[in-house]
Write a protein that binds this ligand. Structure first.
Ligand SMILES: N[C@@H](CCC(=O)N[C@@H](CS)C(=O)NCC(=O)O)C(=O)O
Length: 222
């Protein structure tokens, strides 16, 4: 096996890459990291600039790739190109914009809510969470507008941005539901019905107990 993905089954950014790998039917070996272990923290710190996961190692090529958007681009090129990353430059730019929206403006506030629960003084949690909820309302409205033209996927054919959308909306929707946004809800339903995404969420299920807001996970995913 020449491709190794270092990640964690609960990690949203690992999910983003897994969706891409299943879409491309890329064979790989999964190495589960345990961030509570110093040896694993050291390992991932040697693979990515910030010591964040996932990381992809291509043994045959002698290449290590960090940052999920870059990893998806690497996998797409390795599979011949043009499947998850549009070949047309304008279409590619659009996909990259919406990939950033999901990573920064959905995952960012979602992660703040989780971090406030896990790592902050309890007195700080309400303020952090209220601000993050406001940010999520803003991005949900933007996504609802984006989906207003009847598009199925967020930028052209299913691709990079939709790989980012699945885990971002999965976790954000648990913490701050978007049911009041019909087009966004329908888009999320299309995402989770995609075999690649359904497989990722099914494989994550045994790890949901580790999620601090596990009781809020909708029954259909448990
Ligand atoms: N921009 C990075 C974000 C990766 C990221 O934040 N990963 C999380 C797991 S979902 C992580 O490593 N968290 C542990 C930490 O921040 O130390 C990417 O796209 O790969």
């Amino acid at each position: 096996m020449t491709l190794i993905l270092y990640g964690h089954p609960l990690s949203s950014f690992t999910h983003k890459v897994l969706v891409a790998m299943y879409e491309l039917a890329t064979p790989f070996e999964f190495r589960r990291l345990d961030p509570s272990q110093a040896a694993d923290r050291e390992l991932i710190a040697g693979l990515t600039p910030m010591g964040k996961f996932p990381a992809l190692r291509d043994e045959a090529a002698g290449v290590t790739v960090a940052e999920t958007s870059v990893i998806v681009g690497y996998l797409d090129a390795r599979a011949g190109g043009g499947r998850l990353m549009p070949r047309d430059p304008a279409a590619l730019r659009e996909a990259q914009v919406w990939d950033r929206v999901f990573d920064m403006h959905v995952q960012g506030p979602m992660q703040s809510i989780v971090d406030a629960r896990l790592f902050m003084d309890p007195s700080a949690e309400p303020g952090v969470t209220a601000y993050a909820r406001g940010q999520l309302d803003r991005v949900y409205a933007a996504l609802e507008r984006r989906l207003g033209d009847g598009r199925n996927w967020i930028a052209g054919d299913f691709g990079l941005a939709d790989c980012a959308g699945l885990p971002a909306l999965f976790y954000a929707g648990i913490l701050h539901p978007f049911a009041a946004h019909p087009r966004l809800s329908a888009y999320f339903d299309r995402l989770v019905a995609r075999p690649s995404a359904a497989r990722v969420l099914a494989e994550a299920r045994p790890s949901f107990d580790l999620f601090p807001f596990r009781d809020m996970i909708p029954a259909r995913f448990r």
